[in-house]
Design a binder for this molecule. Structure first.
Ligand code: M7G
Length: 307
């Protein structure tokens, strides 16, 4: 590992040669993504590498640039039909990746391919099963607080509204390179630290949600040229991190985690306008994975509909 400074922050630049392959946790051939478990040869600690190929950029000048230097390796030829392997110039060959290091057992479980089940969480289930186990079942919030406190990713902030009640920060999701608008993926992370998820929203939070909707639409239009009807804004339920955040993605892009239950921001605002206590009373479905702490708690409480 090399220590580097980005914007005055000390960051650790990992060197992949320090790791060895342990296991393929899962893969998604249609997305051309693979989730690998690695082991650091010096420390023995685990790491997770998510490697996810970038989509092709549709900008003609960029295409001309790679066409100029790309090479075709012939596989077969029949009449006018040729089959080739296209060898792209190095500059266009980058694979978008994230590395989690050191990775905890909970991270490893999150990325491992597992059986999934629908769980229907009633308001009572939330109070008696989910809420008491949130610390145990979800991930810690260090990265969120680093971000809100301007201790990390400061050069990636796209928009910052510091208002303590309705403010939020907008930045590229870890899974997005911040450049290719076709797979635009931003996170709007609210400044307030007392709302764990959509489940805790009430009518009181409508101004916050409306502020996020309005400002995100404006910023995404100005900065990335996408109209409000070309983006989706939604919450995951259950989220992995118990701090309210809104996923903002290009609708063209099939975002990873799409199998999870998504609640649209527009829908949440409407629900709260009609019934301010909607999320205190509603049954919210979510997808649980075998081995999750929360799934086990629902199983113990016989709330899994297994019979
Ligand atoms: P979620 O709905 O809580 O859980 O979303 P999910 O990961 O199961 O979808 C959290 C989102 O935050 C995900 O889309 C992550 O890719 C993103 N994310 C996670 N971390 C640790 C970071 C980070 O350090 N920086 C940024 N920018 N995004 C992150």
């Amino acid at each position: 590992m090399t220590t580097i400074k980005v914007n005055g922050e000390v960051n650790i630049q990992p060197n992949l040669a320090e790791f060895e392959f342990k296991e393929v946790l899962s893969s998604d051939p249609s997305r051309k993504a693979v989730f690998l478990l690695l082991n650091n040869k010096t420390t023995g600690k685990a790491a997770i590498l998510v490697a996810d190929k970038n989509p092709f950029v549709e900008d003609g000048s960029v295409i001309n640039e790679w066409i100029k230097d790309a090479k075709l390796r012939n596989l077969a030829q029949n009449d006018i039909y040729g089959s080739y392997e296209l060898l792209m110039p190095e500059k266009f060959n980058a694979v978008k990746s994230s590395l989690i290091y050191p990775a905890t057992d909970k991270h490893i479980l999150k990325y491992r391919r597992r059986e999934v089940y629908m769980i229907y969480e009633t308001a009572d289930d939330y109070k008696s099963i989910t809420k008491p186990s949130i610390k145990e079942s979800l991930f810690n919030l260090d990265w969120v607080y680093n971000f809100l406190d301007h201790k990390a990713e400061t050069d990636r902030i796209v928009f910052d509204d510091p208002d303590p009640n309705i403010g939020f920060m907008l930045a590229p999701d870890l899974k997005w390179n911040g450049v290719d608008v076709d797979n635009l993926y931003l996170q709007a992370i609210v400044v307030r630290r007392d709302i764990m998820s959509v489940r805790e929203l009430t009518g009181e939070h409508i101004p916050l949600l409306e502020n996020v909707r309005k400002q995100v639409r404006r910023v995404v239009k100005e900065k990335y040229g996408l109209n409000p009807n070309q983006i989706k804004m939604y919450f995951h339920y259950q989220p992995s991190y118990p701090h309210l955040h809104i996923h903002v993605i290009n609708i063209k892009y099939e975002a990873p985690g799409a199998g999870m239950t998504c609640i649209f921001l527009d829908e949440a605002i409407d629900n709260l306008k009609i019934w301010p206590d909607f999320y205190q009373r509603a049954t919210l479905p979510f997808v649980g994975k075998e081995g999750d702490v929360l799934l086990n708690k629902f199983r113990e409480a016989k709330r899994l509909n297994e019979e």
